[in-house]
Design a protein around this ligand. Structure first.
Ligand code: NAG
Ligand code: NAG
Ligand code: NAG
Ligand code: NAG
Length: 955
């Protein structure tokens, strides 16, 4: 969706260029008061080698009940007259999880004069973690005092070794540079008091240094009048009490400068990843000669590529190739500088936020998947979506009316193109009033929903947090006093799609209740109609006449909280309230919600999918979509895709083909198009494009059993779905920079989509092993110990796609109109043996739509091939009520075909005259006429095997 009608003339001018986002709307670091001040401070401190921060040794105390180390950090501002000013910052440190250290630096109570007229809390906002952390950790932290049995780190280790060490150490030493040594399991930590610094070790190997470069800077509270006395020699005062930037001059900055900053050095790594969302490479760029990465949720229509400018979502989580991570738990405007030092083999990062507290979780692990696992343990696992929502989504701004929707629906079927979701953008509403339908276009939504439901299809409608002034919904928001306020405390009015609008304050609990009540009324459908879902767009929030396309920072949320403090988490508060509403509305049918959000923060993965926003229909945007999707996948939020085949502009047929072939691998697979573009539903294409696109979408559906298994794995461990090569093969340094080729989770499917014009050949990179071309099962061997490059031909109908030897995947192979209709189809098992004739694969199956899996109603099995000819099925989990739910929800769990790929090492493997099955000790045999083989594969037809049973097949 677009922004800025009032800038339409500029936009029109700029759309002529390939990169059209009006860059000048966003601040550069040098235009942002606190960013510029901290960059200058860092530069000056580097030259002066000084530090003004120390941990007061005498203040170090241990709270044994909560297992927290408390201390006071002191900033001393030297004064010529000798009356140095000392500012105190409470510091606390704890082990939040195994292998995770959390520390928080707040500012001692900030007092403002009674007559200041301040309508916001003067205290630093310290509750971002309550939005980011999963409920489990929220409760652990909140419950620390009233339920001592819920310790949030391992008391026994601490009590026995750590704290006794600490106290004995403290009684021995009081030199000016004390080192406090802490330990928890494999993690140890040195706290240096002066200058303040932390060194964090995993198994005695140094991994991370905090404040190595003394960039720690906390702009403590002071008035404009006293400011001159509170400035350090290395500081500048640029825009401390005002904002010069053209579009944010109105910012009242009621508390003056408040920024926080800290540096972190990752040792033994020159590769860092994460901090989405940015349209850059997967491996983050060195920013020492350019703009820092910025995390600030904004509406960037036709965003620029290759820049570190902010985008719609922010996940302030970064990790290194050495499996060390930082989670900067702050939702304010944030900038991150990155400097790689190849000589010292380390990565130096500098994090700066406009306000709030320094709240950091550092994790140290042996490998990257465990780092992501740890992060999604803390911030919540990606939700397991309904299986229909990992099928194909057909969206457009806009499907005009019920007839239009139903005609797309039937045309897709007529052309044998499967799909599961059709979407209604903005225009389905009556006059852009959310929670209403345009009555002449959608006179009977129930009728539409029940027609779509026949084939198991779903409808998504857009509902945004901006509400048109003067209709019953916004009137209610105002009368219940749950609209976001301006800095004077009046209901804030800004410009968005409907014209003058107010914004629901979902940062307020009561605001969430009111928001939910609107859904309750809007989705008041017969109990069997549970196929209406929601899309929260524009929730950064996007405000057409707001500074930098978004909310003024001095808006006020519930509880006197400034927008400045919570900006990046507002979108999450909107979609979480929306999710809760849908979940509760569908609770009687136990249906899992599907929800799409544009703005996101750490934790958004618990309840929503997202997409890469308003891209353009050209090759550059196709290419950048891959690293963008990968970046979210390694940052705990894998359910993401890019609009196929580019939101704005009309794609060429070739681009359409290539975009579908790439988009098939996005966890979220949706076509979407701007209102000004030509219609491009796949059945409208001429041949051969239509067939290419249809085959591509069908392939997605054939692979749904494997993809759903990957979604399940993500929902239990955070494991990426679209996964960088270094996750599977961390042993090759060259792979840490690869972001145009990737695996699908741990399935062994290796893909390099074509993302350029006229490309009839592409070079892929292969680790050692056997690789089977997916379409033919023709294989080749990389029998070296190094990576191998190989040219792959890529005619327009071909996706460069391989299965790596050692893997087994499950598929289906019949065209059906929707995912629901595939449930009766049996499975195809495709086996790709490695050089030892071994292969392994998991399969996860549940009803695909309810929360039954949380009550154990799912099947999980592991298939293993040994010695090239013994295939075992080993069910890991079978529901207790299997018999009851089998026919009803799991449906068909039979295998109709087993395909074993052959490679040149196995050419002498011949199919015997029969295959034997041992099941519960009994043997069955099949005549070989049920099988056939050629040079590339052995195919066993109708083996009468079931994935829910334990068996062994000998070939
Ligand atoms: C957060 O700040 C408030 C004061 O604004 C303080 O009372 C509270 O203890 C702090 N909470 C945490 C977890 O630091
Ligand atoms: C304490 O934990 C329990 C269970 O985890 C939870 O229900 C309760 O809400 C928690 N209390 C607070 C204050 O969060
Ligand atoms: C620690 O400092 C105190 C006072 O500053 C002093 O009296 C004492 O001797 C010192 N102890 C050691 C071990 O240096
Ligand atoms: C800090 O940097 C600014 C800008 O480069 C410069 O004007 C100032 O003199 C420097 N101050 C110190 C103490 O280095």
């Amino acid at each position: 969706m677009v922004l800025l009608k009032w800038l339409l003339c500029q936009l029109v001018l700029f759309t002529a260029l390939s990169h059209a986002f009006t860059d000048y709307l966003l601040k550069k670091c040098a235009q942002s008061g606190f960013c510029h001040r901290n960059r200058v401070y860092a530069e000056n401190i580097t030259k002066s080698h000084r530090s003004y921060y120390k941990l007061d040794t005498g203040s170090i105390a241990h709270d044994p009940l909560q297992n927290v180390l408390h201390a006071t950090l002191v900033k001393t501002i030297p004064r010529l007259d000798g009356d140095d000013i000392a500012i105190e910052f409470p510091f606390s440190l704890s082990f939040l999880q195994d292998h995770s250290v959390r520390f928080v630096i707040d500012e001692k109570e900030r007092t403002v004069a009674n007559n200041s007229g301040l309508s916001i809390s003067p205290q630093r906002y310290n509750k971002t973690w309550q939005y980011a952390f999963d409920e489990k950790f929220r409760n652990k932290v909140l419950n620390k005092t009233n339920s001592p049995e819920l310790h949030f780190f391992k008391q026994e280790h601490i009590a026995n070794s750590l704290w006794s060490k600490l106290s004995s150490f403290l009684s021995l030493s009081n030199s000016t540079r004390d080192i406090v040594h802490l330990q928890n399991g494999n993690i140890s930590l040195d706290i240096f008091t002066e200058p303040f610094q932390l060194k964090i070790y995993l198994q005695n190997t140094l991994k991370l240094i905090v404040n190595e470069r003394s960039f720690l800077n906390i702009e403590h509270h002071r008035t404009k009048q006293e400011n001159f006395a509170h400035i350090l020699p290395e500081e500048i005062t640029f825009n401390m009490f005002k904002d010069d930037f053209l579009y944010s001059k109105q910012d009242t900055l009621p508390l003056g400068p408040e920024s926080i900053a800290l540096d972190f050095s990752f040792v033994e790594s020159t590769d860092v990843y994460g901090i989405p969302e940015h349209a850059t490479s997967l491996r983050l760029l060195d920013t020492s000669q350019s703009e820092p990465y910025r995390l600030f949720n904004v509406d960037v229509f036709e965003y620029n590529i290759g820049t570190t400018q902010p985008m719609y979502g922010s996940i302030p989580f970064m990790f290194s190739s050495s499996a060390t991570s930082i989670f900067w738990v702050n939702a304010a405007d944030t900038w991150v500088d990155i400097k790689y030092d190849a000589q010292l083999n380390k990565t130096m990062t500098h994090w700066v936020s406009e306000n709030g507290v320094i709240d950091v979780v550092v994790s140290l692990e042996q490998d990257i998947p465990t780092i992501i696992n740890r992060f999604t343990d803390l911030t919540g696992r990606p939700f397991l979506p309904p299986i229909s929502s990992i099928g194909y989504h057909q969206c457009r701004w806009n499907y005009n009316d019920e007839m239009d929707v139903l005609s797309v629906d039937s045309q897709m079927d007529a052309h044998r193109i499967p799909y599961d979701f059709i979407w209604l953008d903005l225009e389905y509403t009556n006059d852009k009033k959310y929670f209403t339908w345009k009555s002449n276009s959608f006179p009977n939504p129930k009728r539409l929903l029940s027609k779509l439901k026949k084939l198991g299809r779903n409808l998504v409608v857009l509902i945004d947090p901006h509400l048109k002034k003067d209709y019953e919904v916004s009137d209610r928001v105002i009368s219940e006093n749950v609209a976001v306020k301006d800095h004077n405390g009046n209901n804030y009015i800004g410009h968005c799609w409907p014209g003058n609008s107010i914004w629901i304050d979902t940062m307020s609990n009561y605001g969430q209740e009111i928001w939910k009540s609107f859904f309750k009324k809007f989705m008041n459908l017969p109990v069997n109609l549970t196929n209406l879902f929601i899309w929260n767009d524009m929730n950064e929030p996007s405000i057409f006449d707001g500074p930098e396309t978004t909310a003024p920072k001095d808006l006020i949320h519930d509880n006197h909280i400034e927008e400045r403090s919570v900006h990046n988490v507002y979108g999450l508060s909107v979609h979480e309230a929306t999710y809760d509403a849908i979940k509760s509305i569908y609770s009687s049918s136990d249906k899992r919600p599907f929800l799409l959000t544009r703005a996101f923060f750490a934790g958004s993965q618990r309840t929503a999918a997202t997409w890469t926003g308003d891209n353009m229909a050209n090759w550059d945007y196709l290419k950048i979509s891959i690293p963008m999707v990968l970046s979210n996948n390694v940052a705990g939020m894998p359910f993401i895709g890019a609009d196929i085949a580019g939101f704005a502009g009309d794609p060429t047929p070739e681009l359409i083909a290539r975009w579908y072939q790439a988009g098939l691998w996005y966890p979220f697979f949706r076509a979407h198009a701007h209102i000004d573009t030509k219609r491009r539903e796949p059945y409208l294409f001429n041949e051969p494009l239509k067939s290419i696109v249809r085959d591509t979408i069908q392939l997605r559906y054939f692979l749904l059993p494997t993809l759903y298994t990957l979604f399940h794995k993500a929902s239990t461990t955070g494991f990426p779905i679209m996964s960088p090569m270094f996750i599977e093969h961390p042993e090759f340094p060259e792979l840490y920079g690869i972001d145009d080729q990737f695996y699908w989770g741990d399935s062994g499917l290796l893909v390099k989509p074509v993302t350029a014009r006229d490309q009839l050949e592409t070079e892929m990179i292969f680790p050692p092993g056997i690789f089977y071309d997916f379409a033919s099962l023709n294989s080749f061997i990389n029998d070296g110990t190094d990576l191998m490059k190989k040219n792959i031909t890529t005619p327009l109908d071909k996706i460069p796609l391989f299965i790596e030897g050692g893997h087994i995947i499950a598929m289906r192979e019949k065209y059906r109109r929707s995912s629901k209709l595939m449930k009766n189809d049996p499975y195809i098992i495709v086996i790709a043996p490695d050089a030892e004739g071994r292969a392994v694969g998991d399969l996860y199956v549940d009803d695909g739509e309810s929360f039954g899996y949380q009550r154990g109603e799912y099947v999980k099995t592991q298939l293993v091939l040994e010695n090239g000819h013994i295939l075992k099925n080993d069910p890991i989990h079978i529901p207790e009520n299997l018999v009851d739910i089998h026919s009803d929800t799991l449906r068909n769990t039979n295998i109709e075909k087993i395909i074993i790929a052959k490679n040149e090492l196995q050419q002498n493997l011949k199919l015997k005259s029969y295959v034997a099955v041992k099941q519960d000790g009994k043997e069955y045999s099949f005549p070989s006429k049920l099988s056939y083989e050629n040079d590339h594969k052995i195919v066993i037809l109708n083996p009468k095997l079931d994935i829910t049973e334990s068996w062994e097949l000998i070939i």
